[in-house]
Ligand binder design. Structure first.
Ligand code: A3P
Length: 290
């Protein structure tokens, strides 16, 4: 694999390509009717973007799949290898209402999102499963630095030394911002438990009123199996040189509690101790199994 350059913005580790384009990313001009999907990487943001997209298309999956490129919902800070346009540039060419995505921690979000009072849907996933999912993603995604092994990645994740930084700072930052901004907080575990309930929450937040039949359709098209088979959502159109799906598929497992298959007893103790220190008093409660 070609070595991946990393950089930092205000102490947050980001891809070198993101750092290089930082000025244009930070000065990105949001529009008032944008919808922002956000969350720490591997929290279920692709799942949420498909749900939001289908809510806007009123359940018409064909309409939702008419995207010109596989980047149906561009991640504003992501710079794919040339010649594909960078996230912010692609976003500028999109018609409103745009669905955009970011993994940026709240302090690095381009200020125009708040100036325009944009609605944001934040997807949060328990740190243990998020870490395991991110580990597999590092193995298969050649735009990320390859992890040496799980043990190594475990320490890096806990100390926030992974792309997009600390999971803890990320979830706490966005959680606290709910007082000030239009943010809907959705938990991955709740989506797994009762997708219809969570889809309804998103629908109401977006000011839509869809029939039960349409909602059933959305639930069907956004199920794990449907998204695994859909080339617009399973990223199979992304070249192998970027995502090596034979190492680990993008739509990988989609469960709560996969960390149990990966953490040692000792690692779990270390994780829980660190977790307690960082999350105490945050008011945030995650489920690590259902
Ligand atoms: P796993 O690696 O644990 O399977 P993101 O889109 O933010 O990168 O998150 C990716 C995670 O969401 C992956 O987790 C992926 O499998 C899971 N995922 C994607 N679509 C899903 C769906 N429809 N239902 C459940 N999980 C889904």
């Amino acid at each position: 694999r070609i070595p991946v350059a990393m950089g930092h913005i205000e102490g947050v580790p980001l891809l070198g390509s993101t750092c290089d384009a930082w000025d244009s990313i930070y000065n990105f001009q949001a529009r008032g009717d944008d919808i922002l999907i956000t969350g720490f990487p591997k929290s279920g943001t692709t799942w949420m973007q498909e749900i939001v997209d289908l809510i806007l298309q009123e359940g018409d999956a064909q309409k939702g799949r008419r995207a010109p490129t596989y980047i149906k919902v561009p991640c504003i800070e992501l710079i794919p290898p040339k010649p594909r346009p960078i996230g912010v540039e692609l976003a500028q060419t999109m018609k409103s209402p745009r669905v955009l995505k970011t993994h940026l921690p709240i302090n690095l979000l381009p200020p125009s999102f708040w100036e325009k009072n944009v609605k944001a849907v934040y997807v949060a996933r328990n740190a243990k499963d998020c870490m395991v999912s991110y580990y597999y993603f590092h193995k298969m995604n050649k735009m990320l630095p390859p992890p040496r092994n799980l043990e190594n990645f475990f320490s890096a994740f806990l100390s926030g030394d992974v792309p997009w930084g600390s999971w803890f700072d990320h979830v706490i930052g966005w959680w606290k911002a709910m007082d000030k901004h239009q943010i809907l907080f959705i938990f991955y575990e709740d989506m797994i438990e009762d997708p219809m309930r969570e889809i309804r929450k998103v629908m109401k937040f977006l000011g839509k009123d869809l029939s039960d039949e349409v909602l059933e359709n959305i639930k069907y098209h956004t199920s794990f199996q449907a998204m695994k088979e859909n080339p617009m959502t399973n990223f199979s159109t992304v070249p192998n040189a970027v995502l090596e799906q034979t190492i680990s598929p993008f739509i990988r497992k989609g469960t709560v509690g996969d960390w149990r298959n990966h953490f040692t007893v000792a690692q779990n103790i270390i994780f829980d101790e660190e977790y307690k220190k960082k999350m105490e008093g945050s008011g945030l409660n995650f489920r690590t199994e259902l």
